[in-house]
Design a protein around this ligand. Structure first.
Ligand code: UDP
Length: 461
């Protein structure tokens, strides 16, 4: 047993929340750990893992635990609240069983790296005397805001029009995550994001999928209260430092990408001419918004590649489907390949954190069309702090009108301002690469994490 143990620095169980935007960065980080001699077991949820495709990664083992809904996951639950309640309870038990099972193996776990959305793996880890690292899959900015709510330093419902929190730029109430500025919407998720901090003081490390320069002020503030290490961007290495061999994609996918169709279609479009449109893995524009977006894209006269989830396709106006010869509509695409394709002009995005970080890391200017949750705050940072995009502003009915969409597209693709945004995006792309490349701040933080992990494991064993 001892002999095999010496083959690796430590054994980490990595537990993402079962959603594409959470699995992607945690799996990428896992690959960086493996490169440094850490053994990693990805712990997935039975219901989620069954439906994932393209499981293309080696050197990482996979074990599954139960969320209490092995046939269907969240979709099978009566409500989000019921799902979370059951998952948190059943997950704790089944993770404890897994830790016990592995404790008797030749590779017992030393550390649990868990998604900050789920605080309970930390308690399980500590019960078994293991080390624990919490992993933020959202920005430090958003988490800092939620932490203020947790500490009751930010009063809800919101009472001010502007907020000045330490380390952050001035934020209007409307720039705060939707769970705060629409207090009472999605109480289940509100509970999740605020309770990320319920036991964080017991975590041995706090890892964040960001890089220092992106969120300097807030990182400087948070390192004073938590053992925080920014380790991002957690993207396949080929798009950044190219130091991980064959690391071309995240490695798992909730949906099957229409790769060939997308790339073939992009290949014969002029350089910088295509608007890529995606609202992430959750989808969910309403019918009126889908229609406005459709006509806005058509009226811009630009080529567009639009990802629409199958369940939402019925919302497209029929005449639009018949006449949209400048567009390609797919149900899922290889987003990273699309963002780096020469034909790409800009990215109209919901501003999910992974999509935002991918745009920043690939030097793509953005049209921000946030819908809910942290996307609202990410859009503010994209426009006013990182200055890589414009915001498609919604009207009083919360619909972004077709004229606005057409205007934003033209502004990015045809004006000097668009060139400036592209230049800024290129600056961030170079910085992102430098941060994960050898000797960059994120690279050093990962090295430091592994070193500390090794020392702490040696002290425990
Ligand atoms: N994505 C993809 N193909 C698509 C749409 C999205 O591969 O057609 C990936 C995208 O690259 C990103 C993730 O799905 O890594 C979505 O995460 P994000 O945080 O942007 O949004 P969420 O799905 O969590 O709302």
């Amino acid at each position: 047993m001892e002999k095999e143990r010496k083959n690796y620095v430590a054994h980490c169980l990595v537990l993402p929340y079962p959603a594409q935007g959470h699995i992607n960065p945690m799996l990428q980080f896992s690959k960086r750990l493996v490169q440094r001699g850490v053994k990693v077991t990805l712990v997935t949820v039975v219901s989620n893992w069954k439906t994932m495709s393209n499981k293309n990664f080696t050197s990482i083992e996979v074990e599954s635990i139960s969320d209490g809904y092995d046939d269907g996951g969240l979709a099978a639950a009566e409500s989000l609240e019921a799902y979370i309640d059951t998952f948190w309870r059943v997950g704790s038990q089944t993770l404890a069983e897994l830790v016990q099972k592995l404790a008797g193996s030749s590779h017992p776990p030393d550390c649990v790296i868990y998604d900050a959305f789920m605080p309970w793996p930390l308690d399980v880890a500590k019960k078994f005397g293991l080390l624990a690292a919490t992993f933020f899959t959202q920005t430090c900015t958003t988490n800092h805001i939620y932490f203020h709510v947790y500490k009751k330093l930010l009063e809800l419902p919101l009472t001010q029009t502007e907020y000045l929190l330490p380390g952050l730029p001035k934020l209007e109430a409307g720039d705060l995550p939707s769970f705060l500025n629409k207090y009472g919407s999605y109480p289940g998720y509100f509970h999740v994001v605020v309770n990320q901090f319920s036991n964080i003081d017991k975590a041995d490390w706090v890892l964040a999928n960001t890089f220092y320069e992106l969120e300097q002020g807030v990182v400087d503030w948070l390192v004073k209260i938590w053992p925080l290490k920014p380790i991002g961007p957690c993207l396949p290495s080929i798009y950044l430092d190219k130091r991980l061999q064959d690391d071309k994609e995240y490695g798992v996918s909730m949906y099957n990408p229409n790769t060939e169709a997308c790339i073939k279609w992009l290949d014969d479009k002029p350089k910088g001419s295509v608007v890529y449109v995606s609202f992430g893995s959750m989808g969910g524009l309403n019918e009126e918004q889908t229609e406005e977006l459709a006509w806005g894209l058509r009226d811009s006269g630009s080529y567009f590649l639009w990802v629409i989830r199958d369940c939402d396709k019925g919302q497209l106006p029929k005449e639009f489907v018949d006449t949209s010869e400048k567009g390609l509509i797919v149900s899922w695409c290889p987003q990273l390949q699309v963002l780096t394709h020469e034909a790409l002009g800009c990215f109209l995005t919901h501003c999910g954190w992974n999509s935002s970080l991918e745009a920043l890391s690939m030097g793509v200017p953005v049209i921000a069309m946030p819908q809910w949750t942290d996307q609202i705050t990410n859009a503010k940072l994209i426009k006013d702090v990182w200055k890589i995009g414009v915001k498609a502003v919604a009207d009083e009915k919360e619909i972004v009108r077709r004229e606005t969409i057409t205007h934003c597209i033209k502004e990015i693709l045809e004006t000097e301002k668009g060139n400036e945004l592209k230049k800024n995006a290129t600056k961030w792309k170079n910085l992102a690469k430098n941060y994960v490349d050898e000797g960059g701040n994120s690279d050093k933080n990962i090295a430091e994490f592994v070193e500390e992990l090794a020392q702490r494991c040696a002290a425990l064993n």
